[in-house]
Write a protein that binds this ligand. Structure first.
Ligand SMILES: Cc1cc2nc3c(=O)[nH]c(=O)nc-3n(C[C@H](O)[C@H](O)[C@H](O)COP(=O)(O)OP(=O)(O)OC[C@H]3O[C@@H](n4cnc5c(N)ncnc54)[C@H](O)[C@@H]3O)c2cc1C
Length: 393
């Protein structure tokens, strides 16, 4: 399809929506992004952008600009949270020169995507909250201010609490996973190396990695709980609650958590992957279609991959609806695999001392010491995947 006569409206100016706007812009489409917020900013938090997501950033022409503001990760280090000893390591330097794994500040990525979009003539309209869509030949968007907008294609990139999703597919209620997560950025006072450290303990784990020039550390801490917090980032917690949850961990973890001021806290819910990702003229993308638990650091990477494939499908199909169907076919299997792998990680990180943990940690330790290439090779399906060169079905 010649996209130069196609008018696309994207609901949501997050990572997925902005990346899709840029990808469609490269095909000549006329794109508008509607964002509910007053400005496109991000709460302070880190993201791991793995080589599969970075290939999309590269294809959008932004790789060097992002790398310049990021820390290049050299390893993922799995550690015994109680003793601080390394259990196993994923040596990211073995990925090769063109396969960087970056630790990125979300605000920097959003800023880069939105500034580039504006510079390339993409309209970003702020304070534009959508309330629903009507799929059809010329899909229509209902706006919170009572206005209506139409377009040739509408893309719902409006995140976890998507207003587009219920108009595209049957929605099922999310369920609480029995885990809460805290998120904070603290000064790097421990000389933390350019590694993602996963501090593992019974029923809990904490991930730390440096951001920007290495002066700060991103912290995500997860604890299993019966009671639950509302989903979302609106709540901050007493840092002493977070410290108490990790009281049994080693001195490094204590020092890191002693710097936490007002961590965000939220309940982790599992949302089923949407059955259908498209309706006539309307598609879902990123968290709107398939929110994932953060245990494989792939939510934003999947949104980037989706963004590329959706634009590519539109550019290479004969009709809009054939393109949207092709997009779903190309994405669903891979996203499901990623989400299942992320869910398994939670269990593996939270093992209690005993024979199961001993066997699991010993096997991982042996593999990482004696066959580091094979250890990393277990993730080839994820990190070496190049969605920008994918064969179209
Ligand atoms: C603790 C934590 C750590 C994470 N770490 C990683 C990681 O290391 N690597 C990784 O790849 N992923 C990570 N993720 C996941 C990642 O943040 C998300 O999967 C990703 O941001 C999804 O992008 P998105 O564009 O689909 O949605 P979002 O980023 O949520 O963007 C949605 C946008 O839509 C806007 N919007 C919402 N509703 C409306 C409306 N009605 N009208 C108009 N605009 C609207 C919102 O304001 C927002 O700007 C992490 C997530 C969490 C919670």
């Amino acid at each position: 399809m010649d996209l130069s006569s196609l008018n696309v409206t994207i609901i949501g100016g997050g990572i997925g929506g902005l990346a899709c706007a840029l990808a469609l812009g490269q095909h000549g489409a006329d794109v508008t992004v509607l964002e509910q917020a007053e400005e496109i900013t991000e709460v302070g938090a880190g993201l791991q952008i793995s080589p599969n997501g970075l290939r999309v950033i590269d294809a959008l022409g932004l790789r060097d600009a992002l790398a310049a503001q990021s820390v290049r990760g050299q390893a993922v280090s799995l550690r015994n949270g109680e003793t601080g000893a390394e259990v196993a390591r994923l040596d990211l330097t073995r990925l090769g020169e063109n396969q960087s794994y970056l630790f990125v500040h979300r605000a920097d990525l959003i800023d880069l995507l939105s500034k580039t979009a504006r510079a390339r003539g993409i309209g970003i309209r702020l304070l534009q909250k959508a309330t629903g869509v009507h799929p059809g030949d010329r899909p229509r968007i209902d706006m919170a201010n009572g206005d209506h907008r139409d377009a040739d294609v509408v893309i719902g990139a409006d995140g976890l609490h998507s207003v587009v999703r219920p108009h595209v597919t049957r929605t099922k209620a999310p369920f609480f996973t029995g885990q809460v997560a805290w998120r904070a950025i603290v000064p790097n006072t421990t000389g933390h190396p350019p590694h993602a450290r996963v501090h593992m303990g019974p029923g809990r784990h904490m991930v730390t990695y440096p951001l920007r020039d290495g002066a700060s550390l991103n912290v995500v801490a997860v604890e299993e709980r019966r009671d639950w917090t509302a989903e979302g980032w609106s709540q901050t917690d007493d840092p002493n609650t977070l410290r108490a949850a990790f009281a049994g961990f080693d001195a490094e973890v204590h020092q890191i958590l002693s710097q936490a001021k007002a961590p965000g806290v939220w309940g982790l819910f599992r949302h089923p992957v949407a059955d259908r990702w498209f309706a006539p003229g309307v598609a879902l993308l990123g968290d709107a279609a398939h929110p994932t638990l953060p245990f494989l650091a792939q939510g934003a990477n999947m949104a980037l991959e989706d963004a590329w494939v959706l634009a590519d499908s539109l550019a290479h199909a004969v009709t809009v609806d054939a393109a949207l169907e092709a997009y779903q076919i190309r994405r669903k299997g891979r996203v499901r695999r990623v989400i299942n792998a992320a869910s398994r990680n939670a269990r593996n990180y939270h093992l209690s001392p005993g024979p199961v943990r001993f066997a699991a940690h010993t096997a991982l330790g042996l593999l990482s010491t004696y066959a580091p290439g094979r250890m990393l090779g277990r993730f080839d399906w994820l990190y070496r995947y190049d969605v920008t060169r994918e064969r179209r079905g």
